[in-house]
Design a protein around this ligand. Structure first.
Ligand code: GDP
Ligand code: MG
Length: 414
């Protein structure tokens, strides 16, 4: 019995040995295969890392490739050394090179600005275009029902009652005049009319600048609309245009407001004039004007506090600030820009009316378009209250402020 057991045990060990050595052999084969695959994929893909390989393989591939690149770089350097002094070697002229670069940069820049606007308006577009497409493809006939439904869609996109009526009336006229019979042909005509509407009161939306003359921009608006953030972005924009910029921290209501503007001044790399919390805003602006004048600054941007709960208070403060600028920055270009938060929809329209009653507004900046489906509010602001939008905010970053352009705006809405 015992010997039988021993025999079985021996046999089992023998089999186990066999399996073990067979496994070892197989594993060696597989590892060879992996190495082969690795080698060929490396050759095919250069610096490409095959993610199906293990982490170790990745590191190894990178290392080998890095060495290869270093060697290549060395070779190129040596070649450069050898080429020095060879006169017939054709080098592109710096003139050609820089024009080419400018052209490419311009194209890239234009694309990215529109892409950013398009991305910023994605919420507005999503709700707006899907209902429009639905309407125009569903209704093959152009009749009163279609126009009624179109009015509803425009109003629900915050375009406002009066602007909507004006747009739809003009559309009816154009469709008749051009003898358009199919609903799906309405789309481009609607776009055209919307652009025209935005242009009516926005032909001149440039900030006034003149060489050798100071431009003073007063930025106003209720709390939280994005004044301070917008000033940071504006400073960056102007600086990129080659202008010298100074900021005045005339929102002295909270210390945090001054710190926040200081942070933006640092980010945009421009100078800031500030006093302590609670100081007279007009005194800050007075100092800033003096400093801007002595340093030949092109543009001074003044932040203000946004308390609207007491209209009389606000009016008095704005009056005093305006007088300070009028008296001490004589012969300067003036801009009073009202910042409005697009996410508040029709509320932004009431804010514009209220501010317009207490002070001169030369232009609007509509912020937070990236966070709302209410981008259509730009229509009542311009068409009904007749104040041009000069800039739009499409995000919190320093590059997220764009000059307003009706065509791009409408294109991005659709
Ligand atoms: N998403 C988004 N947020 C913005 C934009 N502009 C400002 N904000 C945010 O709005 C908040 C209030 O901004 P702030 O500049 O302090 O407003 P102020 O009280 O008017 O000075 C901040 O969190 C900003 O980051 C914008 O265009 N898009
Ligand atoms: Mg602020």
């Amino acid at each position: 019995m015992l010997s039988e057991f021993e025999e079985v045990k021996d046999k089992a060990e023998e089999i186990s040995e066999d399996i073990k050595s067979e496994l070892e052999e197989k594993s060696e084969e597989v590892s060879e295969e992996v190495k082969e695959v690795e080698k060929s994929s490396k050759i095919k893909a250069g610096r490409f890392i095959d993610l199906t390989h293990t982490e170790n393989t990745e590191k190894k591939t990178l290392k080998i490739e890095d060495i290869k690149f270093k060697e290549q770089e060395k070779e190129e350097e040596e070649l450069d050394e050898n080429n020095k002094g060879i006169s017939e070697y054709e080098i592109p002229t710096t003139e050609n090179l820089s024009t080419n670069l400018e052209v490419t940069e311009e194209v890239v820049e234009k694309e990215s600005i529109f892409d950013r606007l398009k991305k910023g308006l994605s919420k507005t577009r999503d709700s707006f275009t899907s209902s429009l497409t639905n309407l125009f493809t569903r209704n093959v006939k152009i009749d009163d029902d279609l126009y009624d439904e179109l009015e509803e869609i425009l109003i629900s996109a915050d375009i406002g009652m009066n602007s909507t009526i004006e747009i739809v009336d003009e559309l009816r006229g154009e469709i008749k005049k051009r003898s358009i019979k199919e609903a799906d042909k309405i789309y481009p005509v609607l776009k055209e009319i919307m652009i025209k509407k935005l242009d009516e009161n926005n032909l001149d939306n440039k900030i006034k600048f003149e060489k050798g003359k100071l431009t003073v921009i007063l930025v106003i608006g209720v709390n939280g609309v994005g004044k301070t953030t917008t000033i940071g972005k504006l400073a960056n924009n102007f600086k990129n245009e080659g202008k010298t910029v100074m900021l005045a921290a005339a929102d002295t209501f909270r210390a945090a407001a001054i710190d926040q503007l200081q942070e933006w001044a640092k980010r945009a790399d421009v100078e800031l004039i500030s006093h302590k919390e609670g100081a007279d805003p007009s005194a800050v602006i007075f100092d800033a004007i003096k400093s801007a004048r002595s340093k030949d600054v092109d543009v001074l941007i003044c932040d203000t506090a946004g308390r609207l709960h007491n209209k009389k208070n606000l009016m008095q403060e704005l009056d005093k600030i305006n007088r300070t600028i009028d008296t001490h920055a004589v012969n300067s270009n003036r801009e009073n820009l009202l910042v409005l938060d697009a996410t508040t929809g029709q509320n932004a329209v009431s804010q514009l009316r209220e501010f317009k009653n207490v002070t001169d507004i030369t232009g609007l900046i509509l912020t937070k378009l990236d966070g709302t489906a209410k981008g259509g509010v730009i229509f009542p602001l311009q068409v009904e209250v007749e104040v041009p939008v000069k800039y739009v905010g499409v995000g919190e970053g320093i590059d997220h402020l764009q000059k307003f352009d009706s065509k791009s705006f409408v294109e991005a809405m659709f």
